[in-house]
Ligand binder design. Structure first.
Ligand SMILES: Nc1ncnc2c1ncn2[C@@H]1O[C@H](COP(=O)(O)OP(=O)(O)OP(=O)(O)O)[C@@H](O)[C@H]1O
Ligand SMILES: [Mg+2]
Length: 275
């Protein structure tokens, strides 16, 4: 059964797509069966993986429209363990329609039922706003991974997301957890980075990943060539950091699965005692 991770923050340009694409690719490099779904109608994930209008057959748009299934919208990528579902929205009219369809927040969760058993991880690349598509992602997710770019307002966006998660827990997904806060575009010894880190430490220390994604132009360059960083230059600092994050995510997922299975006898014992 896949662990579903939504990559989200209600702020533009913080590295959500870069993180979703490179985390998913790094999980795939570690031979984890991974599916990346583009929840953003802008379609940046598709471009980052080298898909064009000509190579996309159908996507989330058709799935939400009930004209195809999620399985039929799966696209193979250059990485054997990585599959992809584009959003496939190319006009203002279809974007409007997609937003209307996404008002039903369980759309994605229902559609994913047929594929969760085929993957170890499903990564969701969310848009920078907390409405329809992000709500769908957070309703379907086991956890949320929060990329934060150093700078003013970073903490405001994290606060806003945490507040939203409380609402999501109440109305749609009570078990969603925080995978972690990931500092992206890290530049050592700059005041902006120092202040952002200090603020994050003071309020969200327990959620902070202990490694940061360095500011590394190769990450942006790779997406121009339609390649995840691991296929563009696996030895770059950016690739190495995402590979390390993927290892941490895999290790935690294994730990939580062991914790669940070791918990089961205790629960069974409690039932036995009550009976
Ligand atoms: N670690 C990094 N180092 C250097 N540049 C980066 C890094 N991460 C992302 N970028 C660049 O920053 C820009 C924004 O990144 P990205 O598109 O991943 O953000 P986003 O949060 O998905 O944006 P949006 O909210 O618009 O969807 C892109 O040009 C990307 O190439
Ligand atoms: Mg994006």
């Amino acid at each position: 059964m896949a662990r579903v991770i939504a990559v989200a923050l209600p702020k533009g340009g913080v590295g959500k797509t870069t993180t979703a694409v490179n985390l998913a690719s790094s999980l795939a490099v570690a031979e984890q069966r991974t599916l990346l779904i583009d929840m953003d109608t802008f379609g940046a994930s598709a471009l980052s993986l080298g898909f064009t209008d000509g190579t996309v057959k159908s996507g989330l748009y058709e799935v939400f429209n009930f004209t195809t299934t999620l399985t039929n919208a799966i696209h193979k990528t250059d990485l054997p363990y990585l599959d992809f579902i584009p959003s496939n929205v190319h006009s203002l009219q279809s974007e409007e329609r997609m937003f209307r369809l996404a008002d039903n927040r369980t759309m994605l969760r229902n559609a994913m039922r047929g594929v969760v058993h085929q993957y170890d991880f499903i990564v969701l690349d969310c848009p920078p706003i907390l409405r329809g598509m992000s709500t769908n992602a957070l309703t379907a997710a086991d956890s949320v991974l929060i990329p934060v770019k150093p700078g003013h307002f970073a903490l405001d966006a994290v606060d806003k997301l945490f507040k939203y998660l409380e609402w999501i827990k109440e109305v749609a997904n009570k078990t969603i957890s925080v995978e972690g806060i990931l500092l992206t575009m890290h530049e050592p010894n700059t005041r902006v980075t120092d202040i952002t880190l200090k603020e994050l430490h003071s309020k969200y220390q327990r959620y902070l990943f202990d490694i940061f994604i360095p500011k590394n132009n190769l990450l942006g360059e790779a997406s121009f060539y339609g390649k995840p960083a691991v296929l563009y230059d696996i030895n770059s600092r950016g690739s190495k950091a995402y590979l390390e994050i993927a290892q941490q995510v895999i290790a935690r997922t294994r730990q939580s699965r062991v914790a669940v299975t070791t918990l089961e006898p205790t629960i069974l014992q409690q039932f036995a005692q009550q009976a």
